[in-house]
Design a protein around this ligand. Structure first.
Ligand code: MG
Length: 412
């Protein structure tokens, strides 16, 4: 069996869902998804010559080949691995179809038949669509929506109205009614950002507002619904400690990315001073990215992104190491059903799985993008692990084409 082509397509969801298709000389094709990045499809096309003529079933050897070929160009981490993650997942899809078994079987079998999904509730309001450098845009599927000026996600707070406890509660109860048993909310919303967006400092007023938001959610959903919160690495360690201590009474599932994730000392500083589990991982690459923070217990919940970290095998090695250190894994996920189901196979196959993120409640065609599974894909807050060969679904090209990003090749 030989790889004869690599093709890409980008669908404009709430992020740029970037697909890679591996075609073989045996009429088996594999599908993978990559975490968005500037120039990503150009990177994927640059990697194609390294794969042509290769046997797609030699997944680990091809991963090593891509890794060695790109390392000399300085790509020892970073967005080259967004590309490699999608390629690696597509290779697992090929192998599964060729052997007529689902991917989870290839990963060693499953610990569970259903994967628990947590609903990302953002800052209470519906999420905007964001481009590859996190500028808000009017989504192609929201042509009737209000016009708005593009805004930098990490820029200064604009005219947005303050997030209110009522909005957070409404959102929590909506998701609870859909069957989700775990929710995540942003703490770094316009009303809690400091007056200076650059200095990582929080005021007491901002911290009090965070307590008001999350306290209201806890009151609304009761103690049996898990609540996680996210800070997107915005704050300094001592202010993050203040936030975590103020939120301790709400018995959070975790507090995510209080400080920059690659600063082990800052992370450990926060973790050691608070009684809230600290989560991080969505910005880290490869096993090496996680090794030190796990070994030093600078975190409590490990959150790799399967479309970015380097692929399913890399994620398995991280999960295994986390398990040795008694840490659960809760993968970050902003992908279409393609990436989400690849992640579901992984989540089924590791012992220390906690919950998998779902970030696309607002995208009306999320379920329609794939065929081969009962819909909706998420039922009562769980995904049933696909039993069909490989990934277990095919892309619905008609739907994908309708929402394809303009100017990007569509599997050409
Ligand atoms: Mg996050």
């Amino acid at each position: 069996m030989k790889i004869i082509r690599l093709k890409t397509a980008v669908v404009e969801g709430n992020f740029d869902w970037t697909f890679v298709r591996i075609e073989t000389d045996e009429a088996v094709t594999g599908l993978g998804e990559c975490f968005f990045a500037p120039g990503l499809t150009a990177i994927l096309r640059s990697l194609e010559p390294l794969l042509l003529g290769e046997d797609p079933r030699d997944i680990h050897r091809l991963f090593r080949k891509l890794q060695l070929a790109t390392s000399g160009a300085g790509s020892v981490a970073g967005i080259i691995y967004n590309a490699i993650s999608g390629i690696e997942a597509a290779l697992w899809d090929v192998l599964g179809q060729w052997l007529d078994v689902p991917i989870y079987r290839l990963l060693g079998g499953k610990f569970r038949d259903k994967v628990r999904i947590y609903a990302d509730c953002h800052g209470g309001e519906a999420l905007e669509s964001l481009d590859e450098v996190l500028r808000s845009r009017r989504a192609s599927w929201d042509a009737m929506g209000p016009a708005h000026a593009a805004r930098d996600y990490y820029g200064e707070a604009g005219e947005e109205s303050a997030s209110s406890p009522d909005e957070y509660c409404r959102r929590a109860l909506e998701k609870r009614a859909e069957g989700f048993t775990a929710l995540k909310f942003d703490l770094d919303v316009p009303s809690t950002l400091g007056s200076d967006p650059h200095n990582r400092v929080l005021s007491n007023r901002a911290i009090d507002h965070m307590v008001g938001l999350i306290g209201a959610v806890r009151d609304a959903v009761g103690k049996d619904t898990d609540i996680a919160v996210d800070c997107h690495w915005r704050y300094n360690a001592s202010d993050a400690v203040k936030v975590a201590r103020a939120l301790e009474p709400f018995r959070l599932l975790w507090l995510e990315d209080p400080v920059p994730p690659n600063n082990t000392a800052a992370l450990k500083d926060v973790s050691s001073k608070v009684r809230v589990p600290i989560a991080t991982g969505e910005n880290l690459y490869l096993f090496e990215g996680f090794e030190e923070i796990i070994a030093q217990h600078a975190l409590s919940v490990v959150t790799p992104d399967l479309q970015k970290v380097g692929g399913l095998s890399v994620a398995q090695s991280i999960a295994q190491f986390a398990d040795v250190h008694t840490m659960p894994v809760a993968p970050h996920n902003i992908s279409s059903p393609v990436g989400t189901l690849a992640a579901a196979h992984f989540c089924a196959a590791i012992p220390n799985f906690l919950a998998l993120e779902f970030h696309a409640s607002e995208v009306p065609f999320w379920n329609d993008l794939v065929e081969g599974l009962p819909k909706p894909i998420i039922q009562n807050g769980f995904i049933s692990v696909p039993e069909k060969p490989g990934l277990g679904v095919k892309l619905n090209e008609e739907v994908a084409r309708r929402y394809a990003r303009k100017g990007e090749p569509f599997f050409q």
